[in-house]
Ligand binder design. Sequence first.
Ligand SMILES: [Fe+2]
Ligand SMILES: [Fe+2]
Length: 143
Amino acid sequence: MLKENVKKQLIDGLNEDLAAELGTVIRCTYQAGKSFGLQGAELREILEKEVQDELRHASFLTDAIIDLGGEPTTAPQPFEKRDTLKAMLELDLKMETEGVENYKKHSQIADGLGDVELKVKLEEMAADEAGHAREIRRLLKGL
Ligand SMILES: [Fe+2]
Ligand SMILES: [Fe+2]
């Protein structure tokens, strides 16, 4: 594939990641507000901490897309509102797992373009999401 086409593919991929991050910020904020009781109080703390990571990811992606010559999206990926803590966490786990896979995939594309910084940063973000997924799995075990 031509280098320009690969770059376009990467910009599109990163824009999907950015939409997902923006959606996650909104989802976590919403879910924190809907977390009640003792378990809910614990979940709120974890979600509020996670939002900071996702905001950092979103701002890195915005800069990376601009640097590649693309236009960063400002539209968050919509999400399903769930009623119980368990159902919320199951959705979060699914989203985090998808995030890991997407960042790994896009890191490989960046590697193919010889962009070592982007390759490593996207891998680090895959690792961040994997850490979030682990934390959620631990929470789910107790529900
Ligand atoms: Fe993230
Ligand atoms: Fe995450």
